[in-house]
Design a protein around this ligand. Structure first.
Ligand SMILES: Nc1nc2c(c(=O)[nH]1)N=C([C@H](O)[C@H](O)COP(=O)(O)OP(=O)(O)OP(=O)(O)O)CN2
Ligand SMILES: [Zn+2]
Length: 120
């Protein structure tokens, strides 16, 4: 049986988007309460009854939370232009080596805007 597990995390951070046209609202320094959704996909183990422990996802996320929470994202290497797209790719790159079965990273920048990256 193939399943998809999803776990959500939150962090607060400031950013601006320096490559937007002059006068664009996102050029101004502002902040978001980001929600990050991490998904893994694979076969359920017969004995365990699960794909992986949700705690494994939490442990993989924790170092990234420490790097991102209450920081100015533009000052972090690789996030000089921190769109949702760039951030989703940045998170994927860091999670993929440690989190088996990773299948998607979704960045919710606001309640109405999100970006999903599936490693392609
Ligand atoms: N493709 C992208 N478009 C935008 C990004 C992005 O990362 N990728 N980012 C922004 C801004 O960071 C902005 O803070 C969030 O955008 P927006 O959804 O427009 O925010 P609002 O709260 O104003 O949205 P409502 O329409 O009022 O819900 C902009 N675009
Ligand atoms: Zn923004």
């Amino acid at each position: 049986m193939i399943v998809e597990l999803k776990k959500k995390f939150t962090f607060e951070a400031a950013h601006c988007l320096p490559n937007t046209p002059p006068g664009h609202k996102c050029r101004r320094l502002h902040g978001h309460s980001y929600t990050i959704e991490i998904e893994v996909k694979g076969e359920v183990g017969e004995e365990s009854g699960w794909l992986i422990d949700f705690t494994d996802i939490k442990e993989a996320w924790q170092p990234l939370h420490a790097e991102l929470d209450h920081y100015y994202l533009n000052e972090i290497e690789g996030l000089e232009n921190p769109t949702s797209e760039v951030l989703a790719g940045w998170i994927w790159k860091r999670l993929a080596p440690t989190l088996e079965y990773l299948s998607a990273v979704t960045v919710h920048e606001t309640c109405t805007s999100s970006c999903t990256y599936r490693g392609e």
